[in-house]
Design a protein around this ligand. Structure first.
Ligand code: HAM
Length: 427
């Protein structure tokens, strides 16, 4: 039996790769505009990093990690997300060494989570993310939201909703945590198994449980807003005011807590509202994580960032019927009439490529008709037809595949003649 791709993984085939290149290109250009620099970190890290960084009580760490011992008995984990690795690298390479410096980083690549599969949820998926480290100014929180909204706009996505909340600073969050434990403890038995565990470990997560969301205790649960200290309140007001200045629409969602432990202050998520997008509506999310750098062994340096599922962004484009401009035509197909001209075709195609002309030739000594068929299939703008007589006379035929007009040109000028015609086409 033929071997199939591992469960939860999928191949991105050549017919689909242009969509990815298009998305990656928009992401790169937008990040450059905001002066974020690319960072590439390993796809696996020591398990300890995610336990300390993402948090032992989170679903990601407790249930979803691909963890194994390597041959040296080290516990290794395939990265389930990008932030922990980026922060590890930031600390390891002391990217913070200069004072008053903001370090703005972005990344794209595969992440791995052992999750129950469904449309938009796979075990290897692709994230694009940004992390801004070294600055606790609320304008940075607003900037990363603006950056993500700009990417949606560039892609043409309209049905997106930004939901935002604050978890406050450490002190506010601790007070809120106590209040939640007090609220949920007496009705503990009525909640799902996961929530029973969460009450002590991370009671904020009870608030966004999908199973218990209709339990009356959710409605009456204490609200974060009532536990924010002045600094946290002011911080969040500033973030919202910056978003207002940029006319970015958002919805306040007091139950938005996010599934990773490292957040404080701003948290946000972006959902697709497009019809037929499916249950996995979160395109991405992020927030502030002051304290994470220290957790990973570095100094007390603040950070804020987000990540988007690239697979989901492409699904959202599909759901909104947005056509991606695909550019995989070729400029020239070289048709050779006989075996003798075959060698010349090989030489000519390299000469064309030296001049950045995208071309292809026949590799199978096929009949002329089959070669023209291939030229059509590849969407060639021109064909060059080389026959033995023409080769001896120093003349060669050029055919415009759209107009079907065929003309003869001098063999030694053929590259220039093609370039001239392609330039006219591009104008
Ligand atoms: P996250 O919410 O766990 O955040 O993941 C971000 C996005 O990754 C999700 O909204 C979703 O689009 C995509 N995603 C997650 N799991 C899957 C999956 N199994 N299949 C397909 N797509 C998936 C983080 O990962 C944080 N590191 C974000 C962050 C960066 N916060 C601060 N900086």
């Amino acid at each position: 039996m033929a071997i199939q791709s591992a469960k939860g993984t999928y191949d991105i085939l050549p017919k689909d790769i242009s969509k990815w290149h298009y998305l990656e290109d928009i992401i790169k250009k937008t990040c450059q505009l905001y002066n974020y620099k690319e960072i590439r970190t390993p796809m696996f890290e020591s398990t300890e990093l995610f336990i300390r960084g993402v948090g032992e009580a989170t679903d990601i760490v407790s249930k979803e990690m691909y963890t194994f011992l390597d041959k040296g008995d080290r516990s290794i984990t395939l990265r389930p997300e990008g932030t922990a690795g980026v922060v590890r690298s930031y600390v390891e390479h002391k990217l913070y060494s200069e004072p008053n410096q903001i370090t703005k980083l972005y990344y794209m690549g595969p992440m791995f989570r052992y999750e129950r599969m469904q449309r938009g949820r796979t075990r290897q998926f692709y994230q694009f993310g940004v992390e801004a480290l070294g600055c606790e100014d609320p304008s940075v929180d607003a900037e990363i939201i603006a950056l993500s909204v700009r990417i949606f706009k560039s892609l043409g996505l309209k049905e997106v909703k930004v939901a935002i909340n604050t978890l406050g600073d450490k002190e506010s969050r601790l007070n809120y945590r106590e209040a939640l434990i007090k609220h949920f403890k007496p009705i503990e038995k009525e909640l799902c198994k996961d929530c029973q565990r969460r009450i002590e470990q991370n009671p904020l997560r009870v608030l966004d449980c999908k199973i218990d969301k209709t339990h009356p205790a959710m409605e009456t649960a204490p609200k974060m807003a009532d536990y924010l200290n002045d600094y946290s309140k002011l911080f969040f007001e500033k973030v919202l005011s910056y978003l207002g200045d940029l006319k970015i629409d958002y919805e306040l969602d007091q139950n938005l807590v996010r599934g990773l432990d490292y957040y404080n202050h701003t948290v946000y998520e972006v959902m697709s509202n497009a019809e037929g997008f499916g249950a996995q509506s979160a395109l991405g999310g992020g927030g502030r994580y002051n304290g994470l750098v220290e957790e990973v062994g570095g100094p007390d340096i603040p950070g804020v960032g987000f990540a988007f599922g690239m697979d989901r962004l492409l699904l959202a484009l599909e759901a909104e019927n947005i056509e991606i401009p695909i550019q995989d035509d070729i400029d020239v197909f070289i048709v050779s009439m006989s075996e003798k001209t075959y060698n010349y075709a090989f030489f000519l195609q390299e000469a064309l490529r030296n001049n950045h002309v995208k071309c292809e030739k026949d590799y199978f000594n096929r009949k002329v008709k089959a070669q023209f068929k291939q030229a059509d299939k590849l969407n060639a703008t021109f064909t060059i037809i080389i026959g033995e007589d023409e080769l001896n006379n120093g003349r060669i035929s050029l055919k415009n595949m759209k107009t079907q007009i065929q003309e003869e040109v001098n063999l030694e000028n053929v590259v220039n003649e093609i370039i001239k015609r392609l330039e006219v086409k591009d104008e």
